[in-house]
Design a protein around this ligand. Structure first.
Ligand code: SF4
Ligand code: SF4
Length: 380
């Protein structure tokens, strides 16, 4: 495993990291074993944006023996209310949720205290002026968080963060699909006016990466595989598939990027990501894949990130969307998918179309419309 300096934090983070959001899908012991396996492979950075007790307990159990060897991204403002994740800046919820994180991780410090998920200028202004940011600074002053970071999907917010001087690193969503411009008839349009490393990338995102490099603000990557969509020809916005090594290389060749936090369900998936470290230049070559791809837009496609929670009807929107995508990609709905879908506590037909989820979705997914389509497809 190679390690990269994470900007001005000075921490040496493994190029391949661990995104924790899939941990709750498995038995606790299975997920603990997965993190331990990652550690054996040299992975030393893990993100815990999740507020649910199970995910936090799993991470706590898995890293306890090697706490000082792990760098934990712990999110401030990821709260758990009435059994659901809720993003909040209200200290009434924020403080207990962060204390819960420390307790469940069985630690008295968090390496990277993340200002959790800001995507709008309004949220940025509110968060940066008031008790929320004072709390973050207080945690930092007391050494409870060693460094201040932020998570965002919006390059404009990332740029504001990089310019503050006190935010030392950014967790940002990067993959070739997110980075590309809207569709064009001529692939050459995507390669004009940028330096080679940033060919075809959207200007605002390119500016963010350059600014981070310039200001020594480290970047860790979330959603490097576009929720697995880039491994599937039908779902890939490019109409072609990539390998994990190609996608990891894409991320690691953006300026400022130190570590790519992949989500894992199995040890084989960890192996596939860590294989990057030994891959040849040909195996890592994403550019030829992109250049030969028929380009499409990704806008409006669900990455199963879960940021649209909470739903007043308790619908697990990410799971419903995932089952919909799995079913819709095939001529007939596979029985196994139908069964899994039907075993959900709440299905798409319960959607009341309130639209709350759509205001929170960073990818502009028309959730209410998809719920209606899903209910029609599965009949409930
Ligand atoms: S639109 Fe439907 S899925 Fe979205 S939050 Fe409202 S009820 Fe839930
Ligand atoms: S609808 Fe949007 S916020 Fe919700 S899981 Fe999908 S991409 Fe994430």
């Amino acid at each position: 495993m190679r390690y990269r300096r994470l900007g001005k934090t000075g921490l040496m983070a493994s190029e391949i990291g661990f995104g924790g959001e899939w941990l709750e899908r498995h038995e606790e012991s299975e997920s603990v074993a997965l993190i331990e396996y990652a550690y054996e492979k040299g992975i030393n950075i893990i993100d815990c944006w999740m507020s649910d007790p199970k995910s936090r307990d799993i991470i706590g159990r898995a890293i306890r023996a090697y706490r000082d060897k792990w760098y934990v991204q712990g999110h401030i403002g990821s709260t758990y209310q009435n059994g659901q994740y809720v993003r909040s800046r209200d200290l009434k919820y924020v403080c207990p949720a962060f204390e819960d994180l420390l307790r469940r991780l069985d630690t008295d410090y968090i390496d990277l205290g993340m200002i959790h998920y800001i995507d709008t200028p309004e949220d940025w202004n509110d968060s940066m002026n008031g008790e929320y940011i004072e709390y973050v600074r207080e945690l930092h002053d007391k050494g409870i968080i060693r460094h201040i970071g932020i998570s965002t999907h919006n390059p404009e917010i990332g740029k504001l963060a990089a310019e503050t001087g006190f935010i030392e690193m950014i967790m940002f969503s990067i993959n070739p699909a997110f980075d590309m411009r809207p569709p064009t008839e001529d692939i050459d349009d995507l390669f004009v006016g940028y330096d080679n490393a940033l060919s075809g990338i959207d200007m605002k995102r390119a500016e963010l990466y350059r600014l981070c490099e310039e200001r020594d603000v480290g970047i860790t990557v979330m959603k490097p595989f576009f929720g697995g969509r880039l491994f599937n020809k039908e779902q890939s916005p490019f109409g072609v598939v990539f390998t994990p090594a190609q996608l990891i290389h894409y991320c690691l060749t953006r300026p400022g990027v130190s570590s790519v936090l992949c989500g894992y369900d199995t040890k084989e998936q960890i192996d596939a990501a860590v294989y990057y470290e030994d891959a040849s230049d040909d195996e890592k070559d994403y550019a030829s894949v992109i250049a030969s791809a028929p380009l499409h837009s990704y806008s409006g496609q669900c990455t199963y990130c879960g940021h649209c929670k909470p739903c007043p009807m308790d619908i697990d929107i990410a799971m419903v969307n995932k089952f919909y995508d799995l079913a819709a990609a095939q001529a007939t709905v596979p029985e196994s998918v139908r069964e899994h879908y039907k075993s959900l506590a709440h299905t798409a037909s319960e959607c009341i179309g309130c639209g709350g989820c759509e205001t929170r979705c960073p990818f502009g997914v028309a959730v209410a419309d998809r719920m209606a389509e899903t209910a029609k497809l599965f009949g409930c």
